[in-house]
Write a protein that binds this ligand. Structure first.
Ligand code: DOR
Ligand code: ZN
Length: 434
């Protein structure tokens, strides 16, 4: 039998690379074997074939903040970074908090996206009663317990009721864990990154995490704690129940305030970057099988917006395009294993969101990224595709994909995007299929 498409190369299967073929029909993987025949046969020889990544945490700013990013520019950046699917956050304008706003967002996304996508709805003090209805249109929910860029807030007192309703939707909920009351006590005038760290200390993160764990205790809701930033929180989450997951960003695990120019607003982000012992603990949680997900928290702001006085400059860094390429380089250098990297960026994000992606196995989407591990490049803002036009990782080593396939179709070919906006589909999840 001949498959629609066959990709041949050094394929990552069960913990290591094997020279073999992947057969794809109607967008799905139908065979993985030493030799396969295809109507179209791509030979990648010694290049490595890995599942394309899924970034469960991006802010593409569409609608309302499109000077910073759009679905089109954000998803272009994603595919150039080896990502075939993103999940977009609700702190856009208007905020994604109702069915009608979700419908508008889906309309724009379906015309603009280059990769596949899911959308989160925000749960606030004002819409929390509508959670079950909203769940029909959103792939998951986001709760902010502390305020950040254009954020929507939920009072921790409402958490028990919200978890009770979420239990009926089966959708995952992702949480920005910084407690608003705690922040109110600790927030101060900020002149630099050290002030920012003290203004939003680890204590406010652990306070929020404790509240979340308490409120979720009686409900079987998939709960994901976003961008854990401190070793204190890692300790709290060490023996977490199943279905409670947490993510770490590239910036929190690779950057720290002991070795950055302190007054540089570009590195202002929520939760803040911390002293180096936190960064080391976070990287170790990624490499040593503790953390569940590597998520970019891609939060683009223009340089002219960032270049305000420290105290008023917006928080957030771009990162969707550099996340996997930076970590592939670190995998080559044996700082993290390829197997961990694939769990963190492909397998676990797909499990958490319920999509059939992230594994090179029969039945999964043909979402595949191809890398030449001998071709190490240096990150520079000019080569990236976000509207932010800057990166906190300027000068870092990275390996970008030469080719990316989504549902068996070539999207990046020899380093160039060959698809038009609108190629990306909204994902269907386990819950949609039930
Ligand atoms: O620094 C941040 N920026 N943290 C967030 O949680 C939101 C993000 C943004 O949207 O700019
Ligand atoms: Zn975020």
């Amino acid at each position: 039998m001949s498959h629609d498409i066959v990709l041949e190369g050094n394929v990552f299967i069960q913990d290591s690379f094997h020279q073999c073929c992947i057969g794809i029909d109607d967008g799905r993987i139908t065979a993985v074997k030493k030799i396969l025949k295809g109507d179209v046969h791509h030979r990648f020889s010694k290049k490595v074939l890995m599942p394309a990544g899924c970034d469960i945490h991006v802010h593409f700013r569409d609608p309302g903040l499109t000077q910073k990013e759009t679905f089109q520019t954000g998803s272009t950046a994603a595919v150039y970074g080896g990502i075939s699917c993103i999940f977009d956050m609700p702190n856009t304008l208007p905020q994604t908090t109702s069915i009608s706003i979700l419908k508008d967002k889906i309309n724009t996304a379906s015309r603009s996206m280059l990769c596949d996508y899911g959308l989160y709805a925000g749960i606030t003090d004002h819409n929390f009663k509508d959670v079950i209805e909203i769940a029909r249109m959103a792939q998951g929910f986001k709760i902010f317990l502390g305020s950040t860029t254009n954020s929507l807030l939920l009072s921790p007192l409402k958490l028990p009721l919200v978890f009770e309703m979420l239990a009926q939707t089966k959708r995952p909920v992702l949480c920005h864990a910084e407690d608003a009351k705690c922040l109110k006590r600790t927030q101060r005038m900020e002149k630099d990154l050290k002030d920012h760290h003290r203004s939003r200390p680890p204590l406010c993160e652990t306070t929020a995490i404790k509240d979340l764990l308490r409120a979720r205790a009686d409900h079987d809701v998939p709960l994901h704690i976003c961008h854990v930033s401190s070793k204190d929180s890692l300790d709290l989450l060490k023996d977490r129940p199943t279905k409670i997951t947490y993510g770490i960003t590239p910036h929190h695990s690779l950057l720290n305030i002991d070795s950055l120019p302190l007054s540089d607003t570009r590195y202002k982000v929520n939760p803040p970057l911390r002293p180096k012992e936190h960064m080391h603990a976070l990287f170790e949680a990624l490499s040593k099988d503790q953390a569940d997900v590597l998520e970019s928290d891609h939060a683009p702001h223009l340089l002219k917006e960032k270049n305000e006085e420290f105290n008023t400059a917006p928080s957030g860094v771009p990162g969707v395009e550099t996340m996997i390429p930076l970590f592939i380089y670190l995998a080559i250098k044996e700082k993290i294993s390829f197997s961990r990297l694939i769990d963190l960026t492909c397998v676990n994000p797909a499990k958490l969101t319920g999509i059939r992606k992230g594994s090179l196995k029969v039945g999964f989407d043909g979402d595949i990224a191809v890398y030449d591990l001998r071709h190490i490049s240096t990150v520079c803002a000019e080569m990236l595709h976000s509207k932010a036009e800057w990166t906190p990782f300027e000068g870092y080593n990275a390996v970008f994909p030469t080719n990316v396939f989504i549902r068996g179709s070539s999207v990046i070919e020899d380093g160039e995007c060959i698809r038009r906006p609108g190629f990306g589909n909204q994902v269907r999840t386990r819950e949609d299929n039930d």
